[in-house]
Design a protein around this ligand. Structure first.
Ligand SMILES: [Zn+2]
Ligand SMILES: [Zn+2]
Length: 423
């Protein structure tokens, strides 16, 4: 029989599939396996100086849902106690070995990892990738702003062939990831916008509105994509308006012509990336500065508006700010605290107990934490989903406030407010 966790997670997996199909036009292959963009995250339970327990999760970056998890533990209480007995000669080696074999075989050992604590994250990544196909997923793009060791270890699987036969796993920094999506969406737009026309020779064809010479060519898209990433990267730390302006400058820049220069938002000065602003700074007259034909994307207003919509969808305040902080970092941090605050309330009693805690934290995250979910941020969720998540969120918050407010904290806060000079 399926556990409560498994059946709830099956629903999450279905939701992810539906999302990929409906909003990203990505379908599973013939075998039902879907390629995902994920973020991998590891967190440690700190006990003394070394971490004996680590938990890692695989998160789908579009929905924020946790797909799978792995707990690694170097510690088993029963084994430790038995070993002590053996060392103190209270039991024979034979008794110990018999016990240990049975203990391992019936799955009651709390330890499932041997090796240095530093290797736990890497091992967890390997295990999660190795079994992803059991869930009918392949983790194709790994979005990460952190440590590269796990990624290296994943590539090294199966004698350097990686975890999957035909799918290459790629690591993307967060900004690269959003940048790539601009390209994907523009290419999709180019495919979609087609009209029936009749050629000079009289044959009927479907002509692309946006495709063709001097239009939305692959070169133009590549250029837009790299400008897009550059402007976000150059403005890390700046406020949203500044960043948005910088990103939009490249949009206007690329449609500029001699008749209608549009470099008002482009960076000014002699070192500007924009040839027009650079020339202005060098003292040239506006009329003298000519656009190279090869640089211009020649599209009518209607087509430009369609492209503008793609830019706007990918430069919302939420996306840009998340992107700069690390796309999934916030969601992950909230999960970490949820996980370990629960774990610390239960006395550490091995893997089974921790798995239970982990599963309940994951369900809470997947079903109850609205902010972890990128659907609202990407503006692609349904009203019903939004409403149900909000309700659950509010309910939990109320519940949380009553239960969790530590009395001491309240007092501290009160005294801080009346601190002399505190105003
Ligand atoms: Zn054990
Ligand atoms: Zn410009």
């Amino acid at each position: 029989m399926k556990s409560h966790y498994d059946s709830k997670q099956t629903k999450i997996h279905e939701a992810v599939r539906k999302h990929y199909e409906e909003h990203l036009s990505k379908k599973p292959d013939a075998g039902g396996v879907l390629k995902l963009d994920v973020s991998f995250d590891a967190t440690w339970m700190k006990r003394g100086h070394t971490s004996k327990v680590g938990m890692s999760v695989m998160i789908d970056v579009y929905t924020g849902f946790i797909i799978d998890y792995e707990i690694l533990s170097k510690f088993c209480l029963e084994c430790t106690l038995k070993k002590n007995k053996l060392e103190n000669k209270k039991i024979t080696e034979e008794t110990y070995n018999t016990w240990k074999t049975k203990h391992d075989a019936d799955g009651s050992c709390g330890s499932n990892y041997e090796g240095p604590s530093g290797g736990m994250e890497v091992e967890a990544a390997r295990r999660l990738f190795a079994r992803s196909r059991d869930l009918k997923f392949e983790y194709e793009n790994l979005v990460s702003d952190g440590d590269a060791n796990s990624y290296k270890a994943v590539l090294a699987m199966n004698n350097g062939n990686g975890p999957y036969q035909d799918t290459k796993v790629t690591k993307l920094e967060c900004i690269n990831h959003v940048q790539k999506r601009l390209g994907t969406r523009l290419r999709k737009l180019r495919e979609q916008e087609k009209v029936d026309t009749i050629t000079k020779t009289g044959s009927k064809i479907r002509r692309s509105l946006l495709g063709g010479r001097n239009k939305l060519t692959d070169t133009a898209i590549d250029k837009m994509q790299s400008f897009f990433g550059k402007h976000i990267r150059d403005n890390v730390g700046a406020d949203y308006i500044t960043m948005k302006k910088a990103v939009m400058s490249s949009f206007h820049h690329i449609f500029s012509t001699d008749e209608k220069p549009r470099h008002g938002l482009c960076e000014e000065g002699i070192n500007s990336w924009c040839f027009f602003q650079k020339a202005l700074a060098e003292g040239k007259n506006r009329e003298e500065i000519k656009h190279k034909k090869s640089l211009v994307v020649n599209l009518d207003q209607e087509a430009q508006n369609k492209i503008r919509q793609v830019y706007d969808a990918l430069t919302t305040k939420d996306i840009l700010e998340r992107c700069v902080r690390g796309l999934t970092q916030n969601a992950n941090e909230s999960f970490h605290s949820k996980m370990w605050s629960r774990a610390s309330k239960t006395k550490f009693s091995g893997l089974k107990r921790l798995s239970f805690v982990a599963q309940s934290a994951i369900l809470d995250h997947n079903y109850g934490y609205r902010k972890a979910c990128l659907l609202p941020a990407l503006n692609i969720n349904t009203k019903a989903l939004r409403r149900s998540l909000t309700t659950e969120d509010e309910e939990r918050k109320r519940h949380h406030e009553v239960q969790m407010k530590p009395k001491r904290k309240q007092k501290e806060k009160a005294s801080a407010e009346y601190e002399p000079g505190g105003f």
